[in-house]
Design a protein around this ligand. Sequence first.
Ligand SMILES: [Zn+2]
Length: 149
Amino acid sequence: MGLYDYREYIANEKAYRELLREIRWTNEIKCPKCKHYKIWKLGYSNGYKYQCSDCSYKFTERAGTIFEKTRTPISKWIFAIGLFRIGISANQLKEEIRVTYKTAWEMLKRIREAIKDDFLMNQLSGHIEVDETYFGGRRKGKPCLPLHR
Ligand SMILES: [Zn+2]
């Protein structure tokens, strides 16, 4: 899927969390700690909460991913992951998703590290495809559609 196909998820954080869950746990939800499959759903408040019936670990679909402990909306992460693939700088990313330079830099660093060995991240980055001419085209001054904010 291209970035454009993600517009629903970018506009709707809840839809994106659903997607995250689908990618991460294709069929069944698995405990990130003990890999047990018997999981209780604890309800929804700012994302679903789950609890493992075996080790009692409470978690969300973000647990153990780069999205855990981030105050940056997931929608911005989608852009960052997509743009990372075509080699965006922290300075460019800062402008594209309107975060501080420090946040942009930190996001790229986390993506770079996670993409190596994180399953979810690998899946996500495989999903999100950005046409390389997007930035290449703009740099050469050719007309180019802006990203919707
Ligand atoms: Zn468990």
